[in-house]
Write a protein that binds this ligand. Structure first.
Ligand code: G6P
Length: 607
């Protein structure tokens, strides 16, 4: 959460930093700010609310200077006001911070007793006051920063600049990502390579416990005790062009339209089309002998994991436990030695998923992570990473990363089933063919735009919506309900269709539309019976089905979206797309902030 960007160089810093913040706004958008050095003195501009507010302020009150840091905030400690907006600082130092300083109260008491005067309610200001205290004792910036870093507990990525020290920026991180970008006579810091993409493709990813001292022509990495370390320079594949809206109204719309491409790219990495076989990288453990799998994730990624459970159990006959990461990390479950820990995350930075990963690793569980951001903390801490080749996902609500996660989990299921002897070569060919069919079937979904918008008009009028699905369509229903809540602020609940009669059936009337995912799978008849029960009680049915199911659904549905019929195995991947599109269309009709819904952030790096 929160995005950081900084530059030391020869050019005007604030426009560069502002552009970087624009690309980081997905990490938080409660307030934003920039500080630069102007004639050796720290000057800053900060504004509550979206980044545009800061942009307007910079128009009327520009910020010169060639050394600058900026921040876009997702509030944890202290309301999202201008006063609490970063950069925080004193006359000597300004800092921006992503994360939480867990011992900030104790540090604040100590610093106040020593005469430091705080101006905000934030945990982050403690960092600035601590560095300031050491500067006031006569330490040079690097030594003051290192002394301060040794006292901080929690998770943090920090960038700092110092009065009277033009061309100096210090960065540090612990359990939060920070990247260094190399330019010509300028150096950058950014929360991720996306922020730096148009500025440079030469990047070093900092590791936990790293501090970096940057000047326009120099970089010096060290640990918090000052011991020099080397961090490799890498070339990022990210192109600046990958992060525009390309004529779409919102990033979410653009990303929805990328489903076919992303599924295709992800399959390309994992499938040998000539032999119709899944080909995974060399495994650091034996898939044939893992006794069980433990799947964990947060948000949409968790629902992808739920689909993975259906597949792994039914196709690979592998016992699976699954829980959201925020529960798993504290549950202390008994874990079978040598189990497979399957972590799923778009960002690779979600705090709870990362903590669950560490818990599993400590219990001798093999860690296999399904990640979109290849240079993330989770990637570094996993025995194996299977990449979802989704490209940058900017919209806060996940779309294409979800179907890419499902695509990876489908291939992994095939590989595990083959290793465990539950899938013969013909069976594998059949499932691989079903997956290879997906990119073009996914492209067909967009022809259903009008039908989806008709459904959206019904949903947009409702205050509550019930989503239903059975088997692997149940997580699809959960994903649909989550997406609707997130971006349109309509209350939605998803139920396993068979469970409806144990409670939610009492909610059914004309004002509570029922959105069902009911393609023609072996559970189609069962789902249809549940829909009949709802219809008999006056429910308005909006049904996602396929060409084989349509005839029977049309008799009871008020609105219907008919997709191509695909193999049962591939159905949850295809059926996810229109469910996400429905949420998008409803949000557009309601006029909400689709890409940046209130109170949310894309990368939740706090507990
Ligand atoms: C946030 C996002 C969701 C995402 C979840 C998990 O809540 O808004 O879209 O599914 O985090 O994120 P991850 O990066 O771990 O997949």
């Amino acid at each position: 959460m929160c995005g950081i960007c900084g530059v030391v160089g020869l050019r005007h810093a604030s426009p560069i930093v502002f552009d970087g913040l624009r690309r980081l706004e997905y990490r938080g958008y409660d307030s934003a700010g920039i500080a630069t050095l102007v004639d050796g003195k720290i000057d800053r501009r900060r504004a509550a609310g979206k980044l545009d507010n800061l942009g307007a302020l910079l128009e009327t009150s520009p910020l010169p200077g060639t050394t600058g840091i900026g921040h876009t905030r997702w509030a944890t400690h202290g309301a999202p006001t201008t006063c609490n907006a970063h950069p925080h600082g004193t006359e000597r130092v300004a800092i921006v911070h992503n994360g939480i300083i867990e011992n900030f109260e104790a540090l604040r008491r100590e610093l106040e007793a020593a005469g430091q005067v705080f101006q905000t309610e934030t945990d982050s200001e403690t960092i600035a006051q601590l560095v300031d205290y050491h500067l006031a004792q006569g330490l040079a910036p690097k030594d003051a920063a290192l002394k301060a870093l040794q006292r901080l507990e929690g998770a943090y990525a920090i960038a700092m600049i110092f009065a009277e020290h033009e061309g100096l920026m210090i960065g540090a991180c612990h359990s939060a990502p920070l990247a260094v970008g190399y330019g010509d006579n300028e150096m950058f810091l950014g929360s991720d390579s996306l922020a730096l993409a148009p500025l440079t493709r030469r990047i070093s990813y900092m590791e936990d416990g790293d501090c970096v001292v940057l000047t326009p022509v120099g970089v010096e990495f060290m640990t918090f005790d000052g011991t020099p370390v080397r961090r490799a320079e890498q070339t990022t594949a990210l192109a600046a062009g990958a992060i525009g809206k390309d004529g779409y109204r919102h990033y979410m719309e653009k990303e929805l339209h990328e489903h076919p491409l992303v599924i295709g790219q992800t399959l390309q990495r994992m499938i040998d089309p000539a032999n119709r076989k899944v080909v995974l990288p060399d495994m650091p453990f034996d898939l044939a002998t893992v006794p069980r799998a433990v799947i964990t994730a947060c948000g949409s990624a968790f629902y992808a994991g739920m689909v993975g459970r259906y597949w792994l159990e039914s196709i690979a006959r592998l016992p699976v436990d699954i829980d959201v990461a925020s529960e798993l990390r504290y549950r202390d479950p008994p874990l079978a030695h040598g189990s497979l820990g399957l972590l799923i995350s778009q960002s690779g930075e979600t705090a709870d998923t990362l903590a669950a990963l560490r818990t599993l690793r400590q219990n001798a569980v093999h860690i296999l992570s399904v990640l979109n951001v290849e240079h993330s903390t989770m990637a570094r801490e996993s025995a194996l990473v299977l990449g979802t080749v989704a490209g940058p996902e900017i919209s806060v609500a996940s779309t294409k990363a979800f179907t890419a996660q499902l695509t990876v989990l489908a291939c992994l299921t095939i590989a595990i089933a083959r290793a465990r002897g539950t899938l013969d070569p013909l069976g594998e060919e059949e499932l691989v063919a079903a997956l290879l069919d997906l990119p073009s079937r996914a492209a067909d979904v967009f022809a259903q735009g009008d039908a989806i918008r008709r459904m959206a008009r019904v949903v947009a009028e409702a205050r509550d919506v019930l989503y239903l699905g059975r088997g692997s369509m149940f997580p699809v229903a959960l994903e649909g309900a989550l997406k609707l809540k997130e971006i349109s602020y309509i209350h939605a609940e998803a139920y396993a269709a068979g469970e409806m009669k144990h409670g939610p059936i009492s909610l059914i009337d004309r004002t509570v539309p029922i959105v069902a995912s009911a393609p023609f799978t072996p559970l189609f008849d069962k789902t249809l019976s549940n829909l009949q029960e709802a219809k008999a009680r006056g429910g308005r049915l909006l049904v996602f089905t396929d060409t084989k199911g349509a005839e029977r659904v049309s008799a009871i549905a008020e609105e219907m979206v008919v997709l191509p019929h695909v193999h049962d195995f591939a159905a949850p991947i295809l059926q996810t797309i229109p469910v996400q599109m429905l949420a998008y269309e409803v949000a557009v009709m309601k006029g909400t902030d689709v890409d940046q819904p209130r109170n949310l952030a894309k990368s939740v790096t706090v507990e």
